[in-house]
Design a protein around this ligand. Structure first.
Ligand SMILES: [Zn+2]
Length: 489
């Protein structure tokens, strides 16, 4: 056979493989059964939210005790707003200010599902108070919005599930599977006394939840290049974070007779090496994202991610070129602080640099430190791992579970034809503590958020529309029915 024919035959076969893999790559969305969404009084739900926005439950730091008056008022207002829920469910407090509600299902053999939220909020920038359209703890309902600190992050995720339970109780619904609501009071300062204590309590009771839903993702637009319209970003895991230190030591002395390299020189060399040799990229992590986007993802993305065996190198280089996409595929290392030396004519005894690192699931803090030691390869420079500070990355919960599918289905029932995409959350949340007792931990706040809304979170003029509050309640009610059914999982 002539060489030309052989080569063109091989090319045709290659093209066929690429085409086949691309066509079979997307996960087709499940058909959404027409569902009767529970009628919800959005105004009443907004009033419930506004009432707890007025409680200044600010988390300042792990060393500052919670404000008993503010958290006490919040508890009293919840009790007043949801008498039916408090009567029908078991209500416990954990470390005084965290709340755990248990709605017993009909079948005690089924593992429960847990809806998370937190009642604490971050402080308000006192210098920016006059930029708030309505005071941050007014809970003003105006212009179609509830205004105030915590409306988006995340008191709506406290009243939302409670309103959903109230509506389901009123409709006579009883779950087969036990439904729990767990609201920590210190999420913004690591969750030690809230979420961690609740997880310890559940573990002590031998409870392994079947699925957990927390904040983390949202309905967003314009976050995925080339994808038009909103997508539901459902966090299946979160990056870890830690700040490591590099310490270079040398003999001090007069700067008139320096060695070839001072402590500062050794540290600089180490930093240059660290930046030149990043942690390995793992582009396969993006495969589920593109698979769930299906035909909404640009064809080029589908071809590339379906054929990493061939195009992996190109994909890696393309994603690594932008800091945003690079952060999605690798553990990042950012030198953020540097110090060394005491006087201009004295050789420094020591030079130090801080590396702020964000860990990808699968990379541990120990492995990261080992990578740095290997890359630096210099006995004069120590890599110091802080004791007990920093979070390991969470594991990744599967996107092909019935729990994820129910989330995706519910999203489309409430918000219309939007795809649900598994993705990695870059911020830390209470959810990370639940991976220890649950294999299906998802992060999704059922709210349509714009880029501008994201800026309001931990910023100024935080608000949520009254209509969105109503939709959240419908979402939770629908998901409680789906997750609370016997056959899920
Ligand atoms: Zn939050």
């Amino acid at each position: 056979m002539p060489w030309g024919l052989l080569i063109s035959g091989a090319l045709i076969a290659l093209a066929a493989v690429i085409a086949y893999r691309t066509i079979t790559f997307p996960i087709p969305p499940e058909p959404v059964p027409a569902a009767e969404l529970l009628p919800v009084d959005a105004e009443a739900a907004a009033a419930h939210l506004a009432a707890i926005i007025q409680c200044e439950t600010i988390a300042y730091s792990p060393d500052t005790p919670p404000d008993a008056a503010a958290f006490g008022a919040l508890h009293a207002r919840l009790r007043a707003a949801y008498p039916g829920v408090y009567a029908a469910l078991e209500v416990e407090t954990v470390n005084t200010w965290s709340l755990l509600f248990t709605w017993r299902g009909g079948d005690p053999a089924l593992a429960p599902v847990v809806f998370l939220g937190h009642t604490d909020v971050v402080p308000v920038d006192a210098g920016a108070l006059d930029t708030w359209r309505y005071p941050p703890f007014s809970g003003a309902i105006a212009e179609g919005f509830v205004w105030g600190r915590g409306t988006l992050d995340v008191k709506c995720q406290v009243t939302g599930p409670l309103d959903a339970v109230a509506a389901l109780l009123a409709a006579g619904f009883r779950p087969a599977r036990t439904i729990m609501l767990a609201f920590g009071h210190d999420e913004e300062i690591e969750g030690e006394h809230g979420a961690q204590a609740i997880v310890a309590l559940l573990r002590e009771r031998g409870i392994r939840p079947a699925a957990v839903l927390d904040e983390g993702g949202a309905l967003m637009e314009g976050v995925l290049p080339g994808v038009a319209g909103p997508v539901a970003l459902i966090g299946t895991g979160e990056k870890g974070q830690v700040t490591l230190e590099l310490v270079a030591e040398a003999t001090p002395g007069h700067s008139s007779m320096p060695p070839p390299q001072t402590a500062i020189g050794a540290l600089s060399r180490a930093l240059a090496r660290v930046e030149a040799r990043p942690m390995p990229a793992r582009v396969a992590l993006l495969r589920p994202v593109i698979r769930h986007l299906g035909t909404r993802a640009p064809l080029s993305h589908r071809v590339a991610l379906a054929n990493l065996w061939l195009l992996g190198g190109v994909v890696r280089r393309t994603l690594a070129a932008s800091p945003q996409t690079s952060a999605l595929i690798r553990t990042t290392i950012a030198p953020t602080l540097i110090s060394g030396g005491i006087k201009d004519n004295v050789l420094p005894r020591e030079a130090r640099a801080s590396l702020n690192c964000r860990l990808l699931p699968g990379d541990s803090i120990a492995a990261l430190a080992e990578h740095l030691r290997r890359v630096i390869g210099d006995a004069r420079v120590r890599v110091v791992v802080p004791n007990g500070v920093g979070n390991e990355a969470s594991p990744l919960s599967p996107a092909d579970s019935p729990w994820f599918a129910a989330l995706a289905r519910t999203t489309r029932q409430v918000f219309g034809d939007v795809p649900a995409i598994p993705y990695l959350t870059l911020a830390a949340s209470d959810a990370r503590h639940y991976h220890a007792i649950c294999d299906h931990v998802y992060r999704f706040e059922p709210v349509h958020m714009t880029e501008e809304d994201l800026g309001r979170i931990h910023g100024n003029n935080e608000r949520i529309s009254v209509a969105a509050v109503g939709q959240m309640v419908q979402f939770y009610a629908a998901l409680m029915q789906a997750w609370g059914r016997e056959e899920t999982g």
